[in-house]
Design a protein around this ligand. Structure first.
Ligand code: HMG
Ligand code: MG
Length: 298
């Protein structure tokens, strides 16, 4: 059942950096994204057009988008929360817009300052406006496997929100374990419901490795036939409004497992290591992924 090929969507420059307090220079972000573009990745989420007061680290999204060297076979995406964000993203001319909301009422309110019901018309406008300008639109649904404020989130509520997102015209939904609490059996239950409700190949997985379960969850998703995974190089990242949400699934750890299982990704591990080492050298810490802890033996 395990697929022969998967798509890895690199979210490091957005989800990876958004939680970093020390500002990284725009030129270093640009250089990092250029290096990521040379690794064989087909998709990079480069930044976010949220309010810069909320996420100061990504306040330079427009400059980043303008300065990177774009390769024609790579999709360069950015996170957009509302019409103002869309306006900025269109000025930056990213290829793809990622909208986002939460399955948890409390997390949604803390993250984007709106109730779930208030969020729908805002996102609808973004999807419509983005598609009119020829942009593809993807959506994230957060806290599907658990919320730092509400705990368990009933899957039926989540499915109803996802249905609304698909009705807006998104082509893909990324199912988020925002705070890294999911386990494989839970992933199997949730993804089975998702598969029964939506087109299989319009679903992606977005795991965080906060408690060390991300790769086990990836394996479960692979066994159910899922083929698109979000990850952040070096295991950077988290969500500033989900306390404790440190560490996306690391692209380098994911690649190690997929390579070993002979699942094709198109990504070159040496080039990936080079890019990870570069961004690590711009931060005052070592990157948390297993591969970066081992060093260049990846
Ligand atoms: P708000 O304060 O409610 O915004 O914030 P508002 O609509 O009331 O507007 C207030 C002012 O902000 C106005 O300016 C707007 O123009 C301006 P004023 O008229 O007062 O001068 N404004 C903006 N400026 C620049 N860019 C914008 C923008 N929007 C309004 N886009 C808002 C609402 C959504 C903007 C805010 O709550 C926000 O930026 N939130 C984003 C927080 C965030 O980035 N969280 C992390 C990402 S989600 C995540 O990590 C999960 C994910 O990875 C998946 C997973 O792991 O599950 C995706
Ligand atoms: Mg995330």
């Amino acid at each position: 059942h395990i697929p022969k090929q998967v798509t890895v969507k690199e979210v490091g420059p957005r989800d990876g950096l958004q939680n970093e307090k020390e500002l990284i220079a725009t030129e270093d972000k640009v250089e990092w994204i250029n290096q990521l573009s040379d690794t064989g990745l087909s998709y990079i989420e480069i930044s976010s057009f949220v309010h810069p007061k909320w996420i100061p680290q990504l306040g330079d999204a427009l400059d980043v988008a303008k300065q990177i060297k774009r390769q024609k076979d790579i999709t360069y995406a950015a996170l957009v929360p509302n019409a103002k964000g869309l306006e900025r993203a269109l000025e930056a001319d990213v290829d793809e817009i990622s909208i986002f909301m939460s399955a948890s009422e409390t997390h949604n309110k803390k993250n984007i300052n709106k109730t779930i019901e208030e969020t729908f018309p805002v996102l609808e406008e973004v999807v419509k406006g983005g598609r009119q300008e020829g942009k593809s639109v993807r959506a994230y649904i957060s806290t599907v496997f658990g919320c730092p404020y509400e705990g368990h989130i009933p899957i039926d509520n989540t499915l109803r929100i996802c249905e609304r997102l698909f009705e807006m015209g998104i082509y893909e939904l990324s199912i988020g374990d925002t705070i890294g609490v999911a386990n494989p059996l839970q992933v199997e239950r949730v993804l089975t419901r998702m598969k029964d409700t939506f087109e299989h190949d319009s679903l992606a997985l977005h795991f965080h490795d906060t408690r060390g379960t991300a790769l086990a969850n990836v394996l479960t998703a692979l066994q159910l036939g899922f083929t698109t995974f979000d990850s952040a190089l070096g295991g950077l990242g988290g969500c500033p409004y989900a306390q404790g949400a440190t560490g996306n699934l690391a692209t380098d750890d994911l690649l190690y497992m997929l390579d070993g299982m002979e699942i094709e990704t198109g990504i070159h591990k040496d080039k990936l290591y080079h890019a990870a080492s570069f961004i690590q050298s711009k931060m005052d810490k070592s990157l948390p992924s297993h591969q970066m802890q081992i060093g260049d033996s990846i």
